[in-house]
Design a protein around this ligand. Structure first.
Ligand SMILES: Nc1ncnc2c1ncn2[C@@H]1O[C@H](COP(=O)(O)OP(=O)(O)OP(=O)(O)O)[C@@H](O)[C@H]1O
Length: 292
């Protein structure tokens, strides 16, 4: 059963094309990770699927109907990238306020304990730290026992322990049959939660595959070295940057690259190899011919 669907959807903001003919189905029981660089269109896609905005063209569906209809939205939970909590209310009061909008909400204590924030129940939200506010905002998406939840960068800015507590809450919801779409800038987060990853870049779906497959695509190494002489053309190198004598090369196979450098007789010093950042890997994907 398809819970959310985008069919050939585009969305423009003035001259900016935020989404460009995107099609996507989210089936019941899935956890789908949306990945992509800043400005790729992830938040826009979420805003269309949750009925906050309308597409410029194409169709969106939530639970088989227009996401703007209250009947569809009753089964929806959302935590946008930025949320405002009423600062003078206590966490317990905010939770009850949100719960009151749903026919069969989770009990307050259960919701708080699932997301590891029971100790905050009597605190005014205005006095919470940024990370604590974020945890409350994410928990609120689950208050009404939704069928599908959209989380836009749920754990950005959280420490490791808080992140794991939120992951546990998300996993429990999924284990009970819930469906989740989340965006993240951390591949680690998508790996921890999702099986399917959709990479969005320049408003288009670049890759829609298993997390394992996407990990393979973005597992690029950054090889840095100092060499006074220009480097020869090397197999597998997808990008080269030079700052004076310092060279930075991107390659999926750093071991082979180093062997090739030695074989080519290049004299180098200060060799450094590290994983390329996700942003570097996405830029590389964006430069490749689009498989979608
Ligand atoms: N309200 C708006 N008005 C004008 N342009 C917008 C608006 N919202 C988004 N955009 C533009 O649309 C494009 C897609 O933005 P979007 O926020 O959907 O990307 P994103 O993938 O969520 O990025 P990030 O990872 O930075 O959150 C960007 O070029 C952005 O500047």
């Amino acid at each position: 059963m398809i819970l959310a669907r985008a069919v050939d959807v585009s969305r423009h903001y003035g001259d900016t094309v935020a989404l460009d003919h995107v099609s996507l189905d989210i089936a019941a029981g899935e956890i789908v990770g949306l990945l992509g660089p800043n400005g790729a269109g992830k938040s826009t896609l979420i805003s269309l699927l949750t009925g906050v905005r309308k597409p410029s063209s194409g169709q969106v569906e939530l639970l088989g109907a227009d996401p703007r209809r209250p009947e569809s939205r009753r089964h929806l939970g959302v935590t946008p990238q930025e949320t405002g909590l009423p600062g003078t209310l206590r966490v317990g009061e905010v939770v009850d306020f949100v719960r009151a909008h749903y026919p069969d909400p989770l009990p307050r204590a259960e919701l708080l304990s699932r997301f590891g924030i029971s100790d905050l129940v009597r605190r005014q939200t205005g006095g919470l730290s940024g990370g604590q506010k974020r945890r409350v905002a994410v928990a609120l998406a689950f208050a009404g026992r939704p069928k599908i939840v959209f989380l836009d960068e749920p754990t950005t800015g959280l420490d490791v322990e808080a992140r794991r507590a939120l992951w546990d809450g998300i996993r429990q919801f999924h284990a009970e049959g819930g469906t989740i779409v989340l965006t993240s800038h951390y591949l680690e987060e998508i790996e921890a939660l999702a099986r399917r990853a959709v990479v969005i870049g320049g408003g288009r779906v670049l890759v829609d595959d298993t997390v394992d497959a996407v990990r393979g695509l973005v597992a690029v190494r950054r090889v840095s070295l100092t060499s006074a002489v220009p480097l020869p053309a090397l197999d597998g190198v997808t990008a080269t940057d030079r700052e004076g004598d310092r060279w930075h090369l991107l390659s999926p196979d750093a071991d082979q690259l180093v062997r090739d450098l030695v074989t080519a007789g290049v004299t180098f010093t200060d060799l450094e190899i590290r994983p390329a950042s996700l942003e570097e890997a996405f830029l590389r994907l964006l430069e490749e011919p689009c498989p979608a």
